[in-house]
Design a binder for this molecule. Structure first.
Ligand code: IPE
Length: 262
């Protein structure tokens, strides 16, 4: 649709202290990333993860397994508010850089059916984009036709939005530099991958066993990447703790990242 639009995912482990059971927003990291987006001056749709604002409560109330008891209702309600609070912090960082963001909450625009997309009202994204706004959405708890409710991850949103909007690229802003040929935590000399085709990534993926996590901790990511490249969209993985990398990747400067091309 918009050829120079970039679809960006800020991982929950980049913008929050994910392992902290108290929800902690990494404001200085988010502020720098917001600066990179503003300086690069492209069009964006932004998706962010929930990190410690979502996963702690969702686990405590067993929300991803669906509606099983009345007690979960307040857990769903509190989780929804907590991730919305993180969303407000993200919007404030972006607005400080003059970026005209609009929050689009998944719990009001999406429903799932046994964890997969059921309905997703995307017209609102088109309308805001066409008026020059930057839609921002996030991992959330949502209605689920089969389960009552479940979790809608940022990766599910990214995959579905990339299919509809065909961005120039999907950029995953992570807390790792990108992909390696072997698990970098098992082999510190594992070779870094600058550039790989989706076919090569697919064969690398099937060769790897469960212990050979080439992202160094982001299992499941490769499946999402391959689905996005199936929609004819290139994917870039980069480290959000080195904020210059996001800026450099957006403006076409040489920097460290992994590019996965269809
Ligand atoms: C999870 O979203 C949403 C909830 C737990 C409510 P994500 O799966 O996108 O979050 P991160 O990036 O892993 O933190």
């Amino acid at each position: 649709m918009r050829s120079m639009m970039y679809l960006i995912k800020f991982g929950g482990s980049v913008i929050t202290e994910k392992s902290n059971k108290n929800a902690v927003f990494k404001k200085s990291v988010m502020d720098k990333l917001a600066e990179s987006l503003a300086s690069a001056g492209k069009e964006y749709i932004i998706v962010h993860g929930a990190g410690s604002f979502g996963h702690v409560l969702a686990k405590k109330h067993d929300l991803n397994n669906g509606f099983q008891s009345d007690k979960q209702r307040i857990g769903f309600s509190m989780t929804q508010t907590k991730v919305q609070q993180l969303n407000t912090y993200v919007l404030q960082s972006l607005q400080k850089q003059g970026l005209p963001t609009v929050s689009i909450p998944p719990h009001a625009t999406i429903s799932l059916n046994n964890h997969v997309e059921n309905e997703f009202q995307k017209e609102i994204y088109y309308k805001y984009l066409s008026k020059g706004f930057i839609p921002v959405t996030y991992g959330d708890v949502v209605l689920d036709k089969a389960l009552g409710f479940s979790i809608c991850s940022g990766d599910l949103l990214i995959e579905s939005l990339s299919e509809s909007f065909k961005p120039e690229k999907v950029i995953f802003v992570m807390d790792e530099d990108g992909l390696y040929k072997e698990n970098p935590k098992m082999n510190p000399n594992a070779a870094f991958i600058d550039h790989i085709s989706s076919e090569e990534l697919n064969s690398l993926n099937t060769k790897l066993d469960d212990h050979a996590d080439v992202t160094g901790g982001m299992q499941g990511k490769i499946e999402t990447i391959l689905q996005i490249t199936n929609h004819n969209v290139d994917v870039l993985l980069l480290n959000g703790n080195k904020p210059d990398r996001l800026y450099d990747a957006l403006v076409g400067n040489k920097t460290k990242y992994t590019l996965i091309q269809r």
